[in-house]
Write a protein that binds this ligand. Sequence first.
Ligand code: MLT
Length: 244
Amino acid sequence: MADTQVLLLVHGFPLDHRMWHSQVGELADVRQVMAPDLDGHGNARDRPASDNMDDIARQLARHLDQAGVEAVDLGGFSMGGYVCFAFWRLFPQRVRSLVLIDTKATADTDAGREGRDALAAKIRHEGAAAATDAMLPKMFTANGPEHIRGVAQQIMLEQPPEALIADLMAMKGRPDSTPDLPNINIPTLVVVGDSDEVTPPAESEAMAAAVAKARLVTIAGAAHLSPMERSAEVNAAINDHLAR
Ligand code: MLT
């Protein structure tokens, strides 16, 4: 696969590779799309999950090494975007361009870190249902298609609780990536749902303003999980980015 152009997509919390179903299908004409499960999630549940963004980024590097791929267009949704920043810091030469979807560069606030601990404690007692209850209402607008909501719910309920707790600790401990933004000198697409309350449009606007070669696309009628809720619009934005 060495000469193939690869788009590597990193899923968010509390999800797995299936969130990218539409992108894997629709973008296959323009890129070889790799959408791995992070260790501990989905089909990679037999491997222990990492509770550290750098370790998660190294997992991705191992996937690429195994596939014989050197550099990629790298995209991430939300937590996946936090992984993208870690990957870019560790392996800048392996990133051709970035696609940052419903994510942010800032670190957790103190209140946010307390929230991570509280949700982790709940997941310890109640399992993946606690993460599903916390996140599903924020993923879609009230008009979000019921069947897509059902698919997302199923994906969330199927994640091993230990992996979700590791995700929360990785997110809690992630550094502020804001100081890196002026050093990102590759084409960068920033996508955000206009109704995203988890990583609000203002965060995306700030990222796009701070990255020299960034373009911001705001998706109308999408909450946090825009790649599932408004897949056609998100895919069109990615397609356009990759064609540039
Ligand atoms: C995600 O959607 O991946 C996470 O909820 C983002 C976050 O909690 O910071």
